[in-house]
Design a protein around this ligand. Structure first.
Ligand code: GRF
Length: 210
């Protein structure tokens, strides 16, 4: 266990169930110093406040372009002293400044087995395509959408009677376990990146994680 925990910012746009899983499971090696939202009414903001975590809104609608939005979001992250970012249901694409400012230190959770079904509506896309399995990907963010180096993945079977809601609910059960595990490993310095390949220090690998 590191002596000092890594300060992280969690970015959200909506419900914040993944944020709640980070709050509830703690991650030992990290501490959430801020929750930032691009939407003023994101329900996740209330979850942060209930946990005593400082919040701020960088309202997407107030910005002319992605670059300026990204700049202000990065300034907010920096103001709270965060050194890494977790995108937990954050529905905006950050510009390249964010990747330059926080290299290999922005983590996203996506509800499919990337590279299948990137972008919005990943659960709908998987159902429509007729795959037998979809799943969860936790990955580093790069300049392309849902594309950066993959840290961890876990499959979720698609059942005959699944609809978007039932499938997303089972995907979220996996997200809520996998994301805190990855964030904890990252905070311990157990994850490194070489090109697209992510290396884990086996000493901190939880059983069955990959
Ligand atoms: C999650 O399924 C996540 O994978 C996707 O958006 C959803 C956010 O859910 N990017 P929540 O706000 O964490 O409940």
């Amino acid at each position: 266990m590191p002596v000092e925990s890594l300060p992280i910012a969690v970015l959200i746009s909506g419900v914040g169930s993944n944020l709640q899983s980070l709050i509830d499971n703690g991650t030992g090696s990290t501490r959430i110093v801020a929750v930032l939202s691009d939407r003023p009414r994101a329900a996740g903001l209330l979850k942060a406040e209930a946990a005593g975590i400082p919040t701020a809104v960088v309202d997407w609608r107030e910005f002319r372009d992605r670059d300026r939005f990204t700049e202000v979001m990065c300034e907010a992250v920096d103001r709270f002293g965060a050194r890494a970012i977790v995108l937990a249901g954050f529905m905006r694409v950050l510009g390249s400044l964010a990747i330059k400012t926080f290299p290999d230190a922005i983590i996203n959770v996506h509800p499919s087995l990337l590279p299948s079904f990137p972008g919005a509506n990943a659960v709908e896309q998987a159902l429509a395509h007729g795959v037998t399995h979809t799943g969860v990907t936790v990955h580093f963010v790069d300049e392309e959408v849902d594309h950066g180096p993959i840290i961890a993945q876990q499959p979720v079977p698609i059942l005959d009677d699944d609809d978007v809601d039932s499938l997303h609910a089972r995907i979220q059960v996996v997200e809520h376990r996998l994301l805190p595990e990855v964030v904890d490993a990252f905070g311990r310095g157990a994850i490194s990146v070489a090109g697209r390949r992510v290396q884990w220090n086996s000493a901190v690998l939880s059983e069955g994680l990959r």
